[in-house]
Design a protein around this ligand. Sequence first.
Ligand code: NAP
Length: 507
Amino acid sequence: MTDRTSSAALIAPLTAPTVDAMRADMAAASQAGADMVELRLDYLATCDRDAVATLLADRPLPVIVTCRPARQGGRFAGDEAERLAILSVAAELGADYVDIEADVAPASRPGGRIILSHHDFSARPADLDAIVARLADSDADVVKVAFAAAGPEDALAALKVLHEADRPVIALAMGECGIVSRILAGKFGAFGTFASVRAGAESAPGQLTVEQMRGLYRWDEIGPATNVYGVIGCPIAHSMSPAIHNAAFAAAGMDAVYVPLRIEPGQENFRRFFGALAQAPWAGLRGVSVTIPHKENALALVGPEAVDELARRIGAINTVRIDPDGTLRGWNTDYAAATDALVSAMGIAREQLAGGAVAVVGAGGAARAIVAALAHYGANVTVYNRTFARAEKLAEEFGAAARPLDALADLSAEIIINCTSIGMHPHVDDTPVPADALAGVKVVFDTVYNPIETRLLAEAKAAGCRCVSGVDMFVNQAVAQFEAWTDREAPRGLMRDVVLERLGKPR
Ligand code: NAP
């Protein structure tokens, strides 16, 4: 094991269908920095004593031997006697650990060092505490419980098992909602957690790769004192925020990690997680970014008194800070990020937006934050939207004008801001504003950041307009979040580099 903060093992499950391929994956796992492998014999097309002996010979890493039956989510096709015989052979040939399911009678369990396990691929068991107590009451060397997560509160339940354990334990919540239980296994003293040798080789849903665990999530640095931050949203899998914030924490030398927290849509789901979190101050969650569809739920959670006036008027926040005593504070860093991206490109102060004619395209969440800020600083805003009624409603609320989207052909504005997804990858040939309408416009700001230069920005550049990319807004809001949580100056340049790299532009 390399020099690191926790002693938890990163275990790569090997799921290849042949002995040769599994041996090759064992070498790859060792190369990638796994501490142990799990030989999933139930994935082999055929398995006998020779196969087990070949797999165990000259192994580069300690092994767990598992031959999971279908009743616990495995693939073993033979009968139970055959399965138990293979596991006994593995123990006899010196496997470091043999995993055996807790529903196998003690008399039928193999010898050697045992991991006694319980899996539930449907949900967190209602009687989790009783299951854990029964496992803990055994004479197994390690006990393991794994169950499907419906929300990150189920991951907290798995982490609580680790937090309260006084013996070697593996506890994890499977699926995208449970990822945090894998990333934080080391913080809570787990025996280990599972990470695949490569994408596509997972043995259970929600497993990250060894490379992601060690690179993106800084597995080696995570320990008992690590502060936890995360991004709440749905979907969340493709968020760039973990890459940006983990790189920022590393650059700042902070003992902190940033994790994805998928919460399904619905205020009750959002509240369920924060209800569970209130009972889990030991979890160390110190701040969250909040994205679609929970920004309004986040404001309702922290309460209007915990945010500034503009955030209150917008009715949504994207940043929550959680102090150790449980106090919550909220920010809408979107409006400030957009306003500052615009004024810094123009070389003016926010107040100098007063009286300027601005065309805002779109009437969704991003448009709402931007229209609120522009109105606050006295700009003359016209909202253009496909669904005209939404444009009218937004405009009325903030004292702006409303026009249908096709009226963009004869707009008259100094500044255009696109707050729709028109032109976003993969529809890169689309643009919300006809090129002819750009003549005479001073500044064009496209909040879309993928691609970095949208068709709208390319045409604006050709028309001689000053261009502002969605990347500037994106980086600004991440910087503001980092600073709201940590009271430290964010490494802005590095955060921008990470965004550009993720978007495929060389630094
Ligand atoms: P939203 O609430 O779902 O609003 C989407 C807006 O886009 C609505 O006005 C919608 O019009 C319009 N729209 C979508 N597809 C359209 C189409 N094919 N033709 C015409 N109009 C269309 O989403 P949001 O949160 O406001 O985000 C909108 C965009 O802002 C995102 O796609 C993203 O590119 C950008 N954004 C950037 C950042 C950043 O940091 N750079 C942050 C947030 C958002 P209808 O009302 O007619 O449906």
